[in-house]
Design a protein around this ligand. Structure first.
Ligand SMILES: [Zn+2]
Length: 195
C-alpha cells in the first residue's frame, strides 16, 4: 500500500484508500536558557483532496501537450467570442458556461511576454529552480493574461515565447506548463518537457 492516501471517483462519489494522515510524535519546546517547558510541536502530515471540477480538462490537456482556454459563445452576451486564458469555466458577463477551446497553436504563434518578475527567493514548498522567472504571457485575440514561468533564458518585455509541457511524469498541476524563448531547440528543454 502506498504511504499516501489515494482517491478515485466511482458513481460520483470519492473512494479513498490508504492513509490520509500520519501520527508523528510531538516534541517539547524548551527555553535554551534554563530548559523551562514552553510548549510542544504538533507535527501534521495530511493529504488534502483538491477537486478540479470544471478545470480538470485544462490540467489533463497540459499532460497531453495542449493548452486549453475557454470562450463565451452566448449570442446574447456582449462578450460573445471573448477568449479567456486562464481558463474560466463560466463567462463573467453572462454567467453561462463557456466553450472549451484548444489554443495551443495560437500560443505557439503569438505568445509574448507582457511583463515579468524575477524572484530570488520563494515561498514554502516551491519546487521551481531559483531565481524564478515569472512571466505574464499575452496572446493575440485573448482578453486576459496568463501567469507562467520561463524555464530558459532571460525575460524581456515583448519577447516571443512558446509553451512547453511536462508530458513525461506530469504532475497534473500548473507546473506542467512552462515557457521558453521562441526557437529554443527541443533538446535544451528541461527534463520531462517537450513542445
Ligand atoms: Zn458571456
Amino acid at each position: 500500500m502506498s504511504m499516501f492516501g489515494q482517491v478515485y471517483v466511482k458513481d460520483n462519489q470519492y473512494k479513498i484508500k490508504g492513509d490520509f494522515h500520519h501520527l508523528t510524535p510531538n516534541q517539547p519546546i524548551r527555553d535554551a536558557d534554563g530548559w523551562k517547558l514552553l510548549g510542544v510541536t504538533n507535527p501534521r502530515d495530511m493529504t488534502y483532496i483538491h477537486s478540479y471540477g470544471g478545470e480538470a480538462v485544462f490540467f489533463e490537456s497540459l499532460s497531453q501537450g495542449k493548452l486549453m482556454a475557454t470562450r463565451c459563445d452566448n449570442p446574447k452576451c456582449e462578450a460573445q467570442g471573448t477568449i479567456y486564458q486562464p481558463f474560466r469555466i463560466h463567462c463573467m458577463d453572462c454567467l453561462r458556461k463557456c466553450t472549451v477551446i484548444d489554443m495551443t497553436d495560437l500560443a505557439q504563434k503569438t505568445a509574448k511576454i507582457h511583463t515579468f518578475m524575477v524572484c530570488e527567493r520563494s515561498g514554502a514548498f516551491s519546487i521551481l529552480d531559483k531565481p524564478i522567472k515569472f512571466i505574464n504571457v499575452e496572446f493575440d485575440g485573448v482578453a486576459t493574461i496568463l501567469m507562467g514561468y520561463l524555464s530558459l533564458g532571460d525575460p524581456k518585455i515583448g519577447m516571443s515565447v512558446v509553451p512547453i509541457f511536462k508530458r513525461t511524469s506530469p504532475t497534473y498541476t500548473i507546473l506542467d506548463l512552462s515557457w521558453v524563448p521562441s526557437g529554443t531547440p527541443e533538446k535544451r528543454l528541461p527534463e520531462g518537457f517537450s513542445y
